[in-house]
Structure formats: C-alpha cells, structure tokens
Design a protein around this ligand. Structure first.
Ligand SMILES: Nc1ncnc2c1ncn2[C@@H]1O[C@H](COP(=O)(O)OS(=O)(=O)O)[C@@H](OP(=O)(O)O)[C@H]1O
Ligand SMILES: Nc1ncnc2c1ncn2[C@@H]1O[C@H](COP(=O)(O)OP(=O)(O)O)[C@@H](O)[C@H]1O
Length: 221
C-alpha cells in the first residue's frame, strides 16, 4: 500500500513579514487511517507539539496555525527522505530538498553519465595540462565536462585556505562536494588537485558510487 509522509510542524518563526514553518519530524502513516481523509480535504496536516497522535478531531486540528507539507511517496523514497533529514549545527530543520528533475533525466538530456575524474599528483607534474586535454577531447566527442582546478578554486571558493594539512583536507572536501554536485548535474567533473593524502581522496570517493569516481595519478613527466 502506498504510504503518506507527513511533515509535522509545531511552531512558526517570523522573519520580516513572512511566516515559515519549522520542520520537526517526518512520519509515515497508512492511507487507511482517519488522517487520509483529512489529508484529502485539507491538502495538508496540522498538528501541535502536544498532539502527536493522528486521531484528533479535524476541528481541533484546524485551530492550529501552521501548514504541513504532504507527499505521496513509495516506501523506498520514504526511507531515503527520512535518512536525508539531518541536524546541521544547531539546526534541526534542515532537510534535503529533492529536485523536480532527476539525475537520470538530466543524463538522458545530455546523453552522458555524470561522474568525477580525480587527478592527483605533485605540483608541476602536469595535472592541469592533463585535465584540460581530457576536457577538450571529451568536448570534441560531444561530452560536457568541467575542470575543477585546485589553483582556480583557491582564487574563490577556497581562498580562505592555506596549505597546512587540515587546510588541504578542507580544500579537498569542498572540491569533492562541488564535484559531486556537478556529477549529479550530469557533467563529467574533472578535479585537478595535488590532494596528497589518500584519506582525503577516499573521503571524496565515498561521496559517490564507486563507478562514478575515477582516480588518476599524474606521475611527473
Ligand atoms: N605549500 C605550498 N605553498 C604555496 N603554494 C602551494 C603550496 N602547495 C601548493 N601550492 C600551490 O597551490 C596550487 C593548488 O594546490 P591544491 O589546491 O591542488 O593543493 S591541495 O590539493 O590542497 O594539496 C598548486 O597548484 P599546482 O602547482 O597546479 O598543483 C600550487 O600552485
Ligand atoms: N606531458 C608533458 N610534457 C612536457 N611538459 C608538460 C607536460 N605536461 C605538462 N607540462 C608542462 O609542465 C608545466 C606544469 O604543468 P601543469 O599542468 O601546470 O602541472 P600541475 O597542474 O600539476 O601543477 C607546464 O609548463 C606544462 O606546460
């Protein structure tokens, strides 16, 4: 049976003139419960912190002030959504927002598979040259790539970082995250960084399915 996912909202926060809900919990309920009628009628669900059951009268519920988002999801999607809810810093209301267009659709549009090619090697070993040649070669074959070059990224995104071990780790983590997003967008993301520590490269690899992360070591020519 299809499951419904209800996002419970217990309070509102005011910011400027706008009210926006604070998301506190995601819960699955069966479509056979009383609530499914409420969902249909109201197109959403209202619930107080005190009333955590789904059995309350609709009239009571409608006294409450805020809005609940409702999605009809498969069990699998539901699990994914629940897993993607996370606490970031002190915030408990940060959750993953799905894109209306899926990765597979983007890949189909571009006629290619998004992935990360990670080129590691010493400074001056030829990483950037290799990354640019690869990008050009892919382009001539009708494949869209983008080079994430360590030098370039240190001009902007990573300009606050130096070359201590922990700064390199953070540099590589950030580039890994960007590369992952580009791969998700359907691009062939070519990262060219010294990335001297295996653990940092492995952490980037772990962000993606194995077959989507290709590591290449540029030996000095
Ligand atoms: N220790 C030190 N001091 C000063 N400058 C340095 C240092 N290490 C690297 N570089 C220069 O920074 C460029 C980018 O480095 P990366 O971001 O790829 O390094 S790392 O992956 O974070 O280790 C790197 O670019 P490439 O020479 O293209 O590798 C260097 O120009
Ligand atoms: N295969 C190669 N043969 C000869 N020279 C190369 C080769 N690859 C790169 N170079 C030269 O070496 C220098 C450093 O290359 P670069 O790609 O900037 O290295 P990195 O990005 O690793 O610092 C550049 O002057 C480049 O033209």
């Amino acid at each position: 049976m299809e499951n419904l996912i209800a996002v419970l909202v217990v309070q509102q926060r005011r910011k400027a003139s706008a009210c926006f809900p604070i998301l506190v919990q995601v819960m699955a309920i069966s479509t056979t419960t009383y609530t499914s009628k409420c969902f249909r009628d109201a197109g959403g669900w209202l619930m107080s912190r005190e009333d955590r059951s789904f059995g309350g009268e609709k009239s009571e519920l409608s006294k409450l002030s805020t809005f609940i988002k409702l999605h009809s999801l498969s069990q699998r999607e539901l699990k994914t959504r629940e897993l993607k809810m996370s606490t970031v810093g002190n915030s408990t209301n940060i959750f993953w927002q799905e894109s209306p267009i899926g990765k597979l659709e983007r890949q189909k549009l571009l006629n290619q598979k998004g992935c990360v090619v990670w080129i590691t090697g010493l400074s001056g070993s030829g990483k950037s040259t290799l990354a640019c040649s690869l990008s050009r070669e892919l382009f001539t074959r009708g494949k869209l790539s983008y080079v994430l070059d360590g030098d370039n990224l240190r001009h902007g995104l990573n300009k606050d970082l130096g070359f201590k071990a922990e700064d390199r780790t953070e540099n590589i983590r950030r580039v890994g995250e960007v590369a992952k997003l580009f791969a998700d967008a359907g691009l062939i993301s070519i990262a060219s960084l010294i990335s001297p520590y295996r653990k940092d490269r492995d952490a980037c690899r772990a962000m993606l399915p194995d077959s989507n992360f290709i590591e290449a070591r540029q030996a000095s020519f």
